[in-house]
Design a protein around this ligand. Sequence first.
Ligand code: PEP
Ligand code: MG
Length: 595
Amino acid sequence: MTASVKIDIAEDTILVGIAAAPGIAISRSHLVNRDRMAVIERRISPAEVEPETAAFKAAVETSKCQLREVKEQADSKELSEHLYIIDTHLMILDDEMLIGETVSLIREDLINAEGALNRVLRKLRRVFDKISDEYLRERRSDIDSIGDRLLRNLLGETCESLTDVEEQVIVVAHDLSPADTVQMDRSKVVGFVTDVGGRTSHTAILARSLGIPAVVGLETITSLLPSGLPMIIDGSTGSVILKPSPETFRDYLLRKQHYDYLETELLKFRNLTAETKDGQSLALRSNIDFVSEIHTAKEQGAHGIGLFRTEFLFMSGEGPPSEEEQFDIYRSAVEQMAPFPVTIRTLDVGGDKFVPEFNLSDEVNPAMGLRAIRFSLKEVNLFRVQLRAILRASAFGPLRIMFPMISGVGEVRACKQFLERERQELLSEGIDCGEDVEIGIMIETPSAVLIADLLAKEVDFFSVGTNDLIQYCLAIDRGNEHVAYLYEPMHPAVLQALLRVCRAAENAGIAIGMCGEMAGEDMYSLVLIALGFRELSMNASNISRVKRIMRQVEIVEVKQILERLLSLPTAEEVVTELEREMRDRYPEVFTEAHI
Ligand code: PEP
Ligand code: MG
Protein backbone atom coordinates (compact mmCIF):
# COMPACT_ATOMS: atom_id res chain seq x y z
CA MET A 1 0.00 0.00 0.00
CA THR A 2 1.23 3.48 -0.83
CA ALA A 3 1.23 5.88 2.10
CA SER A 4 2.82 9.02 0.68
CA VAL A 5 1.02 11.79 -1.21
CA LYS A 6 1.56 11.16 -4.92
CA ILE A 7 0.77 14.59 -6.27
CA ASP A 8 -0.34 17.82 -4.69
CA ILE A 9 -4.07 17.70 -4.56
CA ALA A 10 -5.93 21.00 -4.32
CA GLU A 11 -8.93 21.41 -2.05
CA ASP A 12 -12.23 20.43 -3.71
CA THR A 13 -10.59 18.64 -6.64
CA ILE A 14 -13.42 17.05 -8.61
CA LEU A 15 -13.06 13.92 -10.73
CA VAL A 16 -15.92 12.50 -12.75
CA GLY A 17 -16.33 8.82 -13.52
CA ILE A 18 -19.22 6.47 -14.24
CA ALA A 19 -22.00 6.45 -11.65
CA ALA A 20 -22.10 2.76 -10.77
CA ALA A 21 -24.13 2.54 -7.56
CA PRO A 22 -26.14 5.44 -6.07
CA GLY A 23 -25.61 7.05 -2.69
CA ILE A 24 -23.12 9.38 -1.06
CA ALA A 25 -20.07 8.30 0.92
CA ILE A 26 -17.88 10.64 2.95
CA SER A 27 -14.72 9.21 4.42
CA ARG A 28 -10.99 8.68 3.84
CA SER A 29 -9.41 6.79 1.00
CA HIS A 30 -8.03 3.31 1.44
CA LEU A 31 -5.78 2.46 -1.47
CA VAL A 32 -5.78 -1.20 -2.41
CA ASN A 33 -2.63 -2.46 -4.02
CA ARG A 34 -3.66 -4.30 -7.11
CA ASP A 35 -0.70 -3.30 -9.25
CA ARG A 36 -0.08 -5.66 -12.11
CA MET A 37 2.73 -8.01 -11.23
CA ALA A 38 5.88 -8.05 -13.29
CA VAL A 39 5.80 -11.38 -15.04
CA ILE A 40 9.03 -12.74 -16.40
CA GLU A 41 8.74 -15.19 -19.24
CA ARG A 42 11.65 -17.55 -19.73
CA ARG A 43 12.48 -20.76 -21.52
CA ILE A 44 12.74 -23.78 -19.27
CA SER A 45 14.66 -26.99 -19.65
CA PRO A 46 12.77 -30.27 -20.13
CA ALA A 47 13.71 -31.16 -16.55
CA GLU A 48 11.78 -28.12 -15.27
CA VAL A 49 8.54 -29.06 -17.04
CA GLU A 50 7.16 -31.19 -14.23
CA PRO A 51 7.98 -28.79 -11.36
CA GLU A 52 6.58 -25.82 -13.33
CA THR A 53 3.39 -27.73 -14.20
CA ALA A 54 3.02 -28.82 -10.59
CA ALA A 55 3.52 -25.24 -9.35
CA PHE A 56 0.86 -24.00 -11.74
CA LYS A 57 -1.61 -26.70 -10.70
CA ALA A 58 -0.94 -25.94 -7.04
CA ALA A 59 -1.71 -22.25 -7.73
CA VAL A 60 -4.99 -23.29 -9.35
CA GLU A 61 -5.91 -25.40 -6.32
CA THR A 62 -4.96 -22.62 -3.87
CA SER A 63 -7.07 -20.16 -5.85
CA LYS A 64 -10.04 -22.52 -5.73
CA CYS A 65 -9.66 -22.96 -1.95
CA GLN A 66 -9.53 -19.18 -1.47
CA LEU A 67 -12.68 -18.67 -3.52
CA ARG A 68 -14.55 -21.44 -1.72
CA GLU A 69 -13.60 -19.79 1.54
CA VAL A 70 -15.01 -16.46 0.30
CA LYS A 71 -18.18 -18.29 -0.61
CA GLU A 72 -18.52 -19.88 2.80
CA GLN A 73 -18.00 -16.56 4.54
CA ALA A 74 -20.70 -14.83 2.52
CA ASP A 75 -23.58 -15.59 4.78
CA SER A 76 -26.11 -12.85 4.13
CA LYS A 77 -29.11 -13.18 1.85
CA GLU A 78 -28.08 -10.30 -0.45
CA LEU A 79 -24.69 -11.85 -0.90
CA SER A 80 -25.82 -15.40 -1.36
CA GLU A 81 -27.75 -14.55 -4.48
CA HIS A 82 -24.58 -13.17 -6.04
CA LEU A 83 -22.45 -16.17 -5.30
CA TYR A 84 -22.88 -17.28 -8.88
CA ILE A 85 -20.07 -14.81 -9.57
CA ILE A 86 -17.73 -16.83 -7.38
CA ASP A 87 -19.08 -19.96 -9.07
CA THR A 88 -18.24 -18.38 -12.43
CA HIS A 89 -14.70 -17.80 -11.21
CA LEU A 90 -14.47 -21.37 -9.98
CA MET A 91 -15.69 -22.51 -13.41
CA ILE A 92 -13.04 -20.39 -15.12
CA LEU A 93 -10.47 -22.17 -12.94
CA ASP A 94 -11.59 -25.42 -14.56
CA ASP A 95 -11.69 -23.96 -18.03
CA GLU A 96 -9.75 -25.86 -20.66
CA MET A 97 -8.78 -22.72 -22.54
CA LEU A 98 -7.14 -21.20 -19.47
CA ILE A 99 -5.77 -24.22 -17.66
CA GLY A 100 -5.25 -26.67 -20.54
CA GLU A 101 -3.53 -24.11 -22.75
CA THR A 102 -1.23 -22.93 -19.98
CA VAL A 103 -0.17 -26.49 -19.22
CA SER A 104 0.43 -27.24 -22.89
CA LEU A 105 2.55 -24.07 -23.28
CA ILE A 106 4.66 -25.22 -20.34
CA ARG A 107 4.98 -28.74 -21.69
CA GLU A 108 5.22 -28.18 -25.42
CA ASP A 109 6.75 -24.72 -25.80
CA LEU A 110 8.93 -25.03 -22.69
CA ILE A 111 7.82 -21.74 -21.15
CA ASN A 112 7.85 -21.16 -17.40
CA ALA A 113 4.48 -21.31 -15.58
CA GLU A 114 3.87 -17.57 -15.05
CA GLY A 115 5.05 -16.76 -18.59
CA ALA A 116 2.70 -19.38 -20.04
CA LEU A 117 -0.21 -18.21 -17.91
CA ASN A 118 0.45 -14.62 -18.87
CA ARG A 119 0.37 -15.51 -22.58
CA VAL A 120 -2.97 -17.28 -22.25
CA LEU A 121 -4.42 -14.38 -20.25
CA ARG A 122 -3.31 -11.91 -22.93
CA LYS A 123 -5.00 -14.02 -25.60
CA LEU A 124 -8.24 -14.22 -23.59
CA ARG A 125 -8.21 -10.46 -22.97
CA ARG A 126 -7.86 -9.85 -26.72
CA VAL A 127 -10.91 -12.03 -27.39
CA PHE A 128 -12.95 -10.08 -24.82
CA ASP A 129 -11.76 -6.70 -26.11
CA LYS A 130 -13.27 -7.42 -29.52
CA ILE A 131 -16.72 -7.95 -28.07
CA SER A 132 -18.98 -5.00 -28.72
CA ASP A 133 -21.61 -5.81 -26.09
CA GLU A 134 -20.79 -3.80 -22.98
CA TYR A 135 -22.04 -6.43 -20.55
CA LEU A 136 -20.02 -9.21 -22.10
CA ARG A 137 -16.94 -7.11 -22.69
CA GLU A 138 -16.87 -6.40 -19.01
CA ARG A 139 -16.74 -10.09 -18.26
CA ARG A 140 -13.09 -9.53 -19.14
CA SER A 141 -12.73 -8.30 -15.58
CA ASP A 142 -13.51 -11.85 -14.44
CA ILE A 143 -10.51 -13.07 -16.42
CA ASP A 144 -8.37 -10.26 -15.00
CA SER A 145 -9.45 -11.07 -11.50
CA ILE A 146 -8.78 -14.80 -11.83
CA GLY A 147 -5.52 -14.15 -13.66
CA ASP A 148 -4.39 -11.81 -10.89
CA ARG A 149 -5.21 -14.36 -8.20
CA LEU A 150 -3.47 -17.18 -10.06
CA LEU A 151 -0.35 -15.12 -10.70
CA ARG A 152 -0.15 -13.98 -7.08
CA ASN A 153 -0.51 -17.53 -5.84
CA LEU A 154 2.06 -18.70 -8.35
CA LEU A 155 4.54 -16.03 -7.32
CA GLY A 156 3.78 -16.44 -3.63
CA GLU A 157 2.37 -12.92 -3.20
CA THR A 158 -0.56 -12.38 -0.89
CA CYS A 159 -3.91 -11.15 -2.11
CA GLU A 160 -4.79 -8.21 0.13
CA SER A 161 -8.17 -8.89 1.65
CA LEU A 162 -10.75 -6.23 2.32
CA THR A 163 -11.97 -8.05 5.39
CA ASP A 164 -9.12 -6.58 7.42
CA VAL A 165 -10.05 -2.90 7.06
CA GLU A 166 -10.19 -1.42 10.54
CA GLU A 167 -12.06 1.85 10.18
CA GLN A 168 -14.66 3.29 7.85
CA VAL A 169 -13.06 3.92 4.45
CA ILE A 170 -13.69 4.49 0.78
CA VAL A 171 -11.80 1.82 -1.08
CA VAL A 172 -9.75 3.08 -4.03
CA ALA A 173 -8.56 0.38 -6.40
CA HIS A 174 -7.51 -0.14 -9.99
CA ASP A 175 -10.24 -2.76 -10.19
CA LEU A 176 -12.06 -4.84 -7.64
CA SER A 177 -12.96 -8.42 -8.24
CA PRO A 178 -16.41 -9.62 -7.31
CA ALA A 179 -14.67 -11.71 -4.64
CA ASP A 180 -13.28 -8.48 -3.14
CA THR A 181 -16.74 -6.95 -3.16
CA VAL A 182 -18.34 -9.97 -1.55
CA GLN A 183 -15.65 -9.97 1.15
CA MET A 184 -16.01 -6.28 2.00
CA ASP A 185 -17.04 -5.58 5.54
CA ARG A 186 -19.98 -3.31 4.86
CA SER A 187 -19.78 -1.62 8.22
CA LYS A 188 -16.28 -0.45 7.19
CA VAL A 189 -16.32 -0.03 3.43
CA VAL A 190 -18.75 2.84 2.89
CA GLY A 191 -18.00 3.31 -0.80
CA PHE A 192 -15.52 2.51 -3.52
CA VAL A 193 -13.97 3.96 -6.63
CA THR A 194 -12.00 2.22 -9.33
CA ASP A 195 -9.87 3.11 -12.34
CA VAL A 196 -11.66 0.68 -14.64
CA GLY A 197 -15.13 -0.79 -15.13
CA GLY A 198 -18.53 0.25 -16.35
CA ARG A 199 -22.11 0.26 -15.11
CA THR A 200 -22.64 -3.36 -16.01
CA SER A 201 -19.49 -4.83 -14.51
CA HIS A 202 -20.20 -7.49 -11.92
CA THR A 203 -18.59 -5.29 -9.32
CA ALA A 204 -21.02 -2.47 -10.14
CA ILE A 205 -23.99 -4.85 -10.14
CA LEU A 206 -22.94 -6.14 -6.73
CA ALA A 207 -22.39 -2.65 -5.36
CA ARG A 208 -25.93 -1.66 -6.37
CA SER A 209 -27.33 -4.78 -4.86
CA LEU A 210 -25.44 -4.30 -1.59
CA GLY A 211 -26.26 -0.60 -1.49
CA ILE A 212 -22.59 0.54 -1.46
CA PRO A 213 -22.14 3.85 -3.33
CA ALA A 214 -19.59 3.42 -6.12
CA VAL A 215 -17.98 5.34 -8.95
CA VAL A 216 -16.02 3.38 -11.56
CA GLY A 217 -14.06 4.15 -14.72
CA LEU A 218 -12.02 6.98 -13.18
CA GLU A 219 -9.02 5.86 -15.25
CA THR A 220 -6.13 7.10 -13.09
CA ILE A 221 -7.47 7.66 -9.60
CA THR A 222 -5.15 5.08 -8.04
CA SER A 223 -2.11 6.94 -9.35
CA LEU A 224 -3.30 10.25 -7.85
CA LEU A 225 -4.30 9.36 -4.33
CA PRO A 226 -2.54 8.32 -1.19
CA SER A 227 -4.34 6.34 1.49
CA GLY A 228 -6.00 8.38 4.19
CA LEU A 229 -7.05 11.32 2.01
CA PRO A 230 -10.46 12.85 2.90
CA MET A 231 -12.85 12.33 0.01
CA ILE A 232 -16.50 12.24 -0.99
CA ILE A 233 -18.12 10.12 -3.65
CA ASP A 234 -21.52 10.65 -5.17
CA GLY A 235 -22.50 7.36 -6.77
CA SER A 236 -25.62 8.91 -8.32
CA THR A 237 -23.74 11.47 -10.42
CA GLY A 238 -20.31 9.82 -10.73
CA SER A 239 -18.52 12.72 -8.96
CA VAL A 240 -15.58 12.23 -6.65
CA ILE A 241 -14.40 15.18 -4.55
CA LEU A 242 -10.90 15.01 -3.12
CA LYS A 243 -9.91 17.00 -0.05
CA PRO A 244 -13.35 18.58 0.40
CA SER A 245 -13.40 22.08 1.88
CA PRO A 246 -15.50 22.60 5.04
CA GLU A 247 -18.34 24.09 2.89
CA THR A 248 -18.32 21.17 0.45
CA PHE A 249 -18.19 18.77 3.36
CA ARG A 250 -21.27 20.38 4.96
CA ASP A 251 -23.09 20.50 1.63
CA TYR A 252 -22.52 16.78 1.00
CA LEU A 253 -23.37 15.85 4.55
CA LEU A 254 -26.78 17.46 3.99
CA ARG A 255 -27.16 15.75 0.62
CA LYS A 256 -26.26 12.44 2.19
CA GLN A 257 -28.79 12.90 4.96
CA HIS A 258 -31.42 13.79 2.37
CA TYR A 259 -30.50 10.79 0.22
CA ASP A 260 -30.52 8.38 3.18
CA TYR A 261 -33.83 9.81 4.33
CA LEU A 262 -35.40 9.29 0.91
CA GLU A 263 -34.02 5.76 0.71
CA THR A 264 -35.67 4.91 4.01
CA GLU A 265 -38.84 6.60 2.81
CA LEU A 266 -38.75 4.49 -0.36
CA LEU A 267 -38.84 1.31 1.69
CA LYS A 268 -42.37 2.25 2.70
CA PHE A 269 -43.50 2.02 -0.90
CA ARG A 270 -42.45 -1.57 -1.52
CA ASN A 271 -45.73 -3.05 -0.42
CA LEU A 272 -48.04 -0.26 -1.53
CA THR A 273 -50.06 -0.55 -4.71
CA ALA A 274 -48.71 1.05 -7.86
CA GLU A 275 -51.34 3.62 -8.67
CA THR A 276 -51.55 7.30 -9.36
CA LYS A 277 -53.20 9.71 -6.94
CA ASP A 278 -56.32 9.67 -9.11
CA GLY A 279 -56.52 5.89 -9.16
CA GLN A 280 -54.84 4.75 -12.37
CA SER A 281 -53.24 1.45 -11.49
CA LEU A 282 -50.25 -0.06 -13.16
CA ALA A 283 -48.19 -3.26 -13.14
CA LEU A 284 -44.60 -2.49 -12.17
CA ARG A 285 -42.35 -5.37 -13.15
CA SER A 286 -38.69 -6.16 -13.20
CA ASN A 287 -36.22 -6.87 -16.01
CA ILE A 288 -33.79 -9.67 -15.26
CA ASP A 289 -30.83 -11.27 -17.00
CA PHE A 290 -30.39 -14.13 -14.53
CA VAL A 291 -32.88 -16.14 -12.51
CA SER A 292 -30.91 -15.27 -9.36
CA GLU A 293 -32.21 -11.70 -9.64
CA ILE A 294 -35.79 -12.76 -8.89
CA HIS A 295 -35.15 -12.60 -5.18
CA THR A 296 -34.31 -8.87 -5.40
CA ALA A 297 -37.17 -8.25 -7.81
CA LYS A 298 -39.63 -9.68 -5.29
CA GLU A 299 -38.06 -7.79 -2.44
CA GLN A 300 -38.44 -4.55 -4.36
CA GLY A 301 -42.14 -5.27 -4.86
CA ALA A 302 -42.09 -6.30 -8.54
CA HIS A 303 -45.43 -7.65 -9.71
CA GLY A 304 -43.89 -10.02 -12.18
CA ILE A 305 -40.95 -10.14 -14.56
CA GLY A 306 -41.60 -8.01 -17.63
CA LEU A 307 -38.44 -9.08 -19.44
CA PHE A 308 -36.30 -12.14 -18.88
CA ARG A 309 -33.37 -11.73 -21.30
CA THR A 310 -32.63 -15.38 -21.99
CA GLU A 311 -29.58 -14.70 -24.18
CA PHE A 312 -27.35 -14.62 -21.11
CA LEU A 313 -27.99 -18.35 -20.70
CA PHE A 314 -26.37 -18.85 -24.09
CA MET A 315 -23.26 -16.86 -23.27
CA SER A 316 -21.48 -19.18 -20.87
CA GLY A 317 -19.18 -20.27 -23.68
CA GLU A 318 -20.10 -23.92 -23.22
CA GLY A 319 -22.56 -24.19 -26.08
CA PRO A 320 -26.29 -23.55 -26.02
CA PRO A 321 -28.07 -24.79 -22.89
CA SER A 322 -30.05 -28.01 -23.35
CA GLU A 323 -33.84 -28.15 -23.20
CA GLU A 324 -33.57 -29.62 -19.71
CA GLU A 325 -31.24 -26.87 -18.49
CA GLN A 326 -33.46 -24.17 -19.90
CA PHE A 327 -36.59 -25.82 -18.53
CA ASP A 328 -35.10 -25.93 -15.02
CA ILE A 329 -34.27 -22.23 -15.16
CA TYR A 330 -37.61 -21.08 -16.61
CA ARG A 331 -39.53 -23.30 -14.22
CA SER A 332 -37.62 -21.97 -11.25
CA ALA A 333 -38.32 -18.40 -12.39
CA VAL A 334 -42.04 -19.09 -12.81
CA GLU A 335 -42.37 -20.89 -9.48
CA GLN A 336 -40.53 -18.20 -7.59
CA MET A 337 -42.51 -15.37 -9.10
CA ALA A 338 -46.02 -16.89 -8.92
CA PRO A 339 -48.75 -15.62 -8.71
CA PHE A 340 -47.24 -12.89 -10.88
CA PRO A 341 -46.22 -13.68 -14.45
CA VAL A 342 -42.75 -14.14 -15.86
CA THR A 343 -42.30 -12.82 -19.40
CA ILE A 344 -39.69 -14.93 -21.12
CA ARG A 345 -38.18 -13.35 -24.19
CA THR A 346 -36.80 -15.78 -26.73
CA LEU A 347 -33.14 -15.55 -27.65
CA ASP A 348 -32.10 -12.03 -28.67
CA VAL A 349 -28.57 -12.46 -29.98
CA GLY A 350 -26.83 -10.58 -32.74
CA GLY A 351 -26.49 -6.82 -32.96
CA ASP A 352 -24.50 -5.79 -29.92
CA LYS A 353 -25.13 -9.09 -28.14
CA PHE A 354 -22.36 -11.27 -29.33
CA VAL A 355 -22.19 -15.00 -28.73
CA PRO A 356 -18.85 -16.27 -30.06
CA GLU A 357 -20.02 -19.69 -31.15
CA PHE A 358 -22.85 -18.31 -33.29
CA ASN A 359 -20.31 -16.68 -35.62
CA LEU A 360 -22.29 -13.51 -36.16
CA SER A 361 -19.48 -11.09 -35.54
CA ASP A 362 -18.43 -10.47 -39.13
CA GLU A 363 -21.67 -8.90 -40.34
CA VAL A 364 -21.08 -5.45 -41.84
CA ASN A 365 -24.11 -3.99 -40.13
CA PRO A 366 -24.95 -6.27 -37.20
CA ALA A 367 -27.65 -4.04 -35.69
CA MET A 368 -29.65 -4.56 -38.87
CA GLY A 369 -28.41 -8.05 -39.49
CA LEU A 370 -29.24 -11.55 -38.45
CA ARG A 371 -30.33 -10.84 -34.90
CA ALA A 372 -33.09 -11.66 -32.45
CA ILE A 373 -36.12 -13.34 -34.02
CA ARG A 374 -34.44 -13.43 -37.44
CA PHE A 375 -31.72 -15.61 -35.96
CA SER A 376 -34.22 -17.89 -34.20
CA LEU A 377 -36.25 -18.34 -37.38
CA LYS A 378 -33.08 -19.35 -39.19
CA GLU A 379 -31.58 -21.56 -36.51
CA VAL A 380 -34.86 -23.38 -35.99
CA ASN A 381 -33.43 -26.23 -33.96
CA LEU A 382 -32.22 -23.86 -31.29
CA PHE A 383 -35.55 -22.04 -31.44
CA ARG A 384 -37.60 -25.21 -31.05
CA VAL A 385 -35.57 -26.36 -28.06
CA GLN A 386 -36.15 -23.01 -26.38
CA LEU A 387 -39.88 -23.04 -27.16
CA ARG A 388 -40.23 -26.56 -25.74
CA ALA A 389 -38.45 -25.53 -22.54
CA ILE A 390 -40.65 -22.44 -22.19
CA LEU A 391 -43.86 -24.36 -22.87
CA ARG A 392 -42.93 -27.03 -20.34
CA ALA A 393 -42.22 -24.36 -17.72
CA SER A 394 -45.61 -22.79 -18.43
CA ALA A 395 -47.28 -25.72 -16.69
CA PHE A 396 -45.81 -24.50 -13.38
CA GLY A 397 -47.20 -20.99 -13.13
CA PRO A 398 -48.15 -17.87 -15.07
CA LEU A 399 -45.79 -17.42 -18.00
CA ARG A 400 -45.82 -15.12 -21.00
CA ILE A 401 -43.67 -15.59 -24.08
CA MET A 402 -42.29 -12.67 -26.00
CA PHE A 403 -40.55 -12.46 -29.38
CA PRO A 404 -37.88 -9.79 -29.93
CA MET A 405 -37.34 -7.39 -32.82
CA ILE A 406 -40.42 -8.22 -34.83
CA SER A 407 -40.58 -6.27 -38.08
CA GLY A 408 -43.67 -7.76 -39.73
CA VAL A 409 -46.77 -9.92 -39.36
CA GLY A 410 -45.13 -12.80 -41.23
CA GLU A 411 -42.57 -13.26 -38.46
CA VAL A 412 -45.26 -13.29 -35.77
CA ARG A 413 -47.24 -15.92 -37.63
CA ALA A 414 -44.13 -18.03 -38.14
CA CYS A 415 -43.37 -17.82 -34.39
CA LYS A 416 -46.90 -18.80 -33.49
CA GLN A 417 -46.75 -21.77 -35.86
CA PHE A 418 -43.52 -22.98 -34.29
CA LEU A 419 -45.00 -22.52 -30.85
CA GLU A 420 -48.18 -24.42 -31.73
CA ARG A 421 -46.21 -27.24 -33.34
CA GLU A 422 -44.06 -27.64 -30.26
CA ARG A 423 -47.11 -27.55 -28.01
CA GLN A 424 -48.79 -30.34 -30.01
CA GLU A 425 -45.58 -32.33 -29.97
CA LEU A 426 -45.26 -32.02 -26.19
CA LEU A 427 -48.89 -32.93 -25.63
CA SER A 428 -48.49 -36.00 -27.87
CA GLU A 429 -45.53 -36.98 -25.67
CA GLY A 430 -47.81 -36.67 -22.65
CA ILE A 431 -46.00 -33.57 -21.35
CA ASP A 432 -48.10 -30.80 -19.81
CA CYS A 433 -48.08 -27.20 -21.03
CA GLY A 434 -49.80 -24.19 -19.45
CA GLU A 435 -53.33 -23.59 -20.73
CA ASP A 436 -53.13 -19.89 -21.35
CA VAL A 437 -49.65 -18.79 -22.22
CA GLU A 438 -49.93 -15.20 -23.41
CA ILE A 439 -48.04 -14.42 -26.59
CA GLY A 440 -46.48 -11.02 -27.04
CA ILE A 441 -43.98 -9.17 -29.16
CA MET A 442 -41.44 -6.48 -28.58
CA ILE A 443 -42.07 -3.31 -30.50
CA GLU A 444 -38.60 -2.08 -31.31
CA THR A 445 -38.48 -1.47 -35.06
CA PRO A 446 -40.05 1.48 -36.92
CA SER A 447 -41.95 -0.97 -39.15
CA ALA A 448 -43.58 -2.55 -36.09
CA VAL A 449 -44.69 0.92 -34.99
CA LEU A 450 -46.14 1.72 -38.39
CA ILE A 451 -48.15 -1.51 -38.57
CA ALA A 452 -48.89 -1.78 -34.85
CA ASP A 453 -52.62 -2.04 -35.66
CA LEU A 454 -52.00 -5.13 -37.81
CA LEU A 455 -49.63 -6.70 -35.31
CA ALA A 456 -52.08 -6.09 -32.47
CA LYS A 457 -54.53 -8.50 -34.11
CA GLU A 458 -51.99 -11.30 -33.82
CA VAL A 459 -50.90 -11.16 -30.18
CA ASP A 460 -51.98 -10.74 -26.55
CA PHE A 461 -49.56 -8.00 -25.61
CA PHE A 462 -47.00 -5.50 -26.82
CA SER A 463 -43.87 -4.56 -24.90
CA VAL A 464 -42.00 -1.58 -26.28
CA GLY A 465 -38.21 -1.92 -26.29
CA THR A 466 -37.12 1.70 -26.41
CA ASN A 467 -33.43 0.84 -26.15
CA ASP A 468 -33.67 -0.46 -29.69
CA LEU A 469 -36.66 1.52 -30.90
CA ILE A 470 -34.86 4.82 -30.27
CA GLN A 471 -31.78 3.44 -32.00
CA TYR A 472 -33.72 2.46 -35.13
CA CYS A 473 -36.18 5.34 -35.07
CA LEU A 474 -33.51 8.05 -34.79
CA ALA A 475 -30.81 6.07 -36.66
CA ILE A 476 -28.42 6.25 -33.71
CA ASP A 477 -26.24 3.31 -32.77
CA ARG A 478 -27.08 2.75 -29.11
CA GLY A 479 -23.50 1.76 -28.32
CA ASN A 480 -21.70 4.57 -30.14
CA GLU A 481 -20.50 7.27 -27.73
CA HIS A 482 -20.00 9.78 -30.60
CA VAL A 483 -23.72 9.98 -31.33
CA ALA A 484 -24.90 9.29 -27.79
CA TYR A 485 -25.99 12.93 -27.42
CA LEU A 486 -28.67 12.29 -30.07
CA TYR A 487 -30.15 9.34 -28.17
CA GLU A 488 -33.22 11.15 -26.85
CA PRO A 489 -36.20 9.32 -25.34
CA MET A 490 -38.23 12.55 -25.44
CA HIS A 491 -37.56 13.18 -29.14
CA PRO A 492 -40.86 14.17 -30.80
CA ALA A 493 -40.50 11.24 -33.22
CA VAL A 494 -40.18 8.80 -30.33
CA LEU A 495 -43.21 10.28 -28.56
CA GLN A 496 -45.27 10.00 -31.75
CA ALA A 497 -44.14 6.40 -32.20
CA LEU A 498 -45.13 5.53 -28.61
CA LEU A 499 -48.48 7.25 -29.01
CA ARG A 500 -49.20 5.31 -32.17
CA VAL A 501 -48.35 1.97 -30.52
CA CYS A 502 -50.51 2.74 -27.47
CA ARG A 503 -53.47 3.68 -29.66
CA ALA A 504 -53.15 0.47 -31.69
CA ALA A 505 -53.01 -1.63 -28.52
CA GLU A 506 -55.98 0.19 -26.99
CA ASN A 507 -58.06 -0.21 -30.13
CA ALA A 508 -57.34 -3.91 -30.27
CA GLY A 509 -57.86 -4.33 -26.51
CA ILE A 510 -54.47 -5.89 -25.88
CA ALA A 511 -52.03 -5.19 -23.04
CA ILE A 512 -49.40 -2.53 -23.58
CA GLY A 513 -46.16 -2.29 -21.67
CA MET A 514 -42.60 -1.10 -21.90
CA CYS A 515 -39.38 -2.84 -20.89
CA GLY A 516 -36.81 -0.39 -22.32
CA GLU A 517 -34.67 1.57 -19.84
CA MET A 518 -36.93 4.59 -20.29
CA ALA A 519 -39.64 2.83 -18.24
CA GLY A 520 -37.58 3.15 -15.05
CA GLU A 521 -36.82 6.86 -15.35
CA ASP A 522 -39.16 8.60 -12.98
CA MET A 523 -40.39 11.62 -14.92
CA TYR A 524 -40.52 9.72 -18.19
CA SER A 525 -42.50 6.94 -16.55
CA LEU A 526 -45.27 9.47 -15.85
CA VAL A 527 -45.34 10.48 -19.50
CA LEU A 528 -45.61 6.80 -20.37
CA ILE A 529 -48.59 6.32 -18.08
CA ALA A 530 -50.23 9.37 -19.63
CA LEU A 531 -49.59 7.92 -23.09
CA GLY A 532 -51.45 4.76 -22.08
CA PHE A 533 -48.79 2.29 -20.92
CA ARG A 534 -50.16 0.00 -18.21
CA GLU A 535 -47.13 -2.20 -17.53
CA LEU A 536 -43.66 -0.83 -16.92
CA SER A 537 -40.75 -3.20 -16.50
CA MET A 538 -37.44 -1.92 -15.17
CA ASN A 539 -34.35 -2.60 -13.12
CA ALA A 540 -35.73 -3.74 -9.75
CA SER A 541 -33.98 -0.93 -7.89
CA ASN A 542 -36.13 1.66 -9.70
CA ILE A 543 -39.49 0.20 -8.78
CA SER A 544 -40.01 1.94 -5.44
CA ARG A 545 -38.79 5.23 -6.85
CA VAL A 546 -41.24 5.13 -9.76
CA LYS A 547 -44.03 4.01 -7.43
CA ARG A 548 -43.34 6.82 -4.99
CA ILE A 549 -43.63 9.43 -7.69
CA MET A 550 -46.67 8.03 -9.44
CA ARG A 551 -48.59 7.78 -6.18
CA GLN A 552 -48.23 11.53 -5.67
CA VAL A 553 -49.26 12.61 -9.14
CA GLU A 554 -52.64 12.87 -10.84
CA ILE A 555 -52.49 11.32 -14.25
CA VAL A 556 -55.15 13.67 -15.63
CA GLU A 557 -52.70 16.48 -15.00
CA VAL A 558 -49.85 14.69 -16.75
CA LYS A 559 -52.21 14.07 -19.67
CA GLN A 560 -52.78 17.82 -19.96
CA ILE A 561 -49.04 18.39 -19.97
CA LEU A 562 -48.60 15.62 -22.52
CA GLU A 563 -50.95 17.37 -24.97
CA ARG A 564 -48.54 20.29 -25.05
CA LEU A 565 -45.42 18.13 -25.11
CA LEU A 566 -46.69 16.42 -28.24
CA SER A 567 -46.73 19.74 -30.09
CA LEU A 568 -43.17 20.76 -29.22
CA PRO A 569 -40.54 20.49 -31.96
CA THR A 570 -37.38 19.37 -30.10
CA ALA A 571 -36.49 16.90 -27.37
CA GLU A 572 -34.83 19.69 -25.43
CA GLU A 573 -38.03 21.75 -25.37
CA VAL A 574 -40.05 18.68 -24.38
CA VAL A 575 -37.76 17.92 -21.45
CA THR A 576 -37.58 21.55 -20.28
CA GLU A 577 -41.34 21.92 -20.42
CA LEU A 578 -41.94 18.61 -18.67
CA GLU A 579 -39.54 19.43 -15.85
CA ARG A 580 -40.91 22.94 -15.42
CA GLU A 581 -44.51 21.74 -15.28
CA MET A 582 -43.81 18.91 -12.88
CA ARG A 583 -41.83 21.15 -10.52
CA ASP A 584 -44.54 23.82 -10.62
CA ARG A 585 -47.38 21.42 -9.98
CA TYR A 586 -45.62 19.07 -7.57
CA PRO A 587 -42.83 21.01 -5.88
CA GLU A 588 -42.74 18.59 -2.95
CA VAL A 589 -42.14 15.62 -5.28
CA PHE A 590 -39.78 17.13 -7.83
CA THR A 591 -37.37 19.10 -5.73
CA GLU A 592 -33.88 19.87 -6.96
CA ALA A 593 -32.52 16.85 -5.16
CA HIS A 594 -35.33 14.40 -5.84
CA ILE A 595 -33.93 10.95 -6.48
C1 PEP B 1 -34.96 -2.78 -25.69
O1 PEP B 1 -34.45 -2.85 -26.82
O2 PEP B 1 -35.48 -1.75 -25.23
C2 PEP B 1 -34.92 -3.94 -24.78
C3 PEP B 1 -35.56 -3.94 -23.64
O3 PEP B 1 -34.18 -5.01 -25.16
P1 PEP B 1 -32.60 -5.09 -25.13
O4 PEP B 1 -32.07 -3.93 -24.35
O5 PEP B 1 -32.30 -6.42 -24.54
O6 PEP B 1 -32.24 -5.03 -26.60
MG1 MG C 1 -34.01 -4.72 -27.75
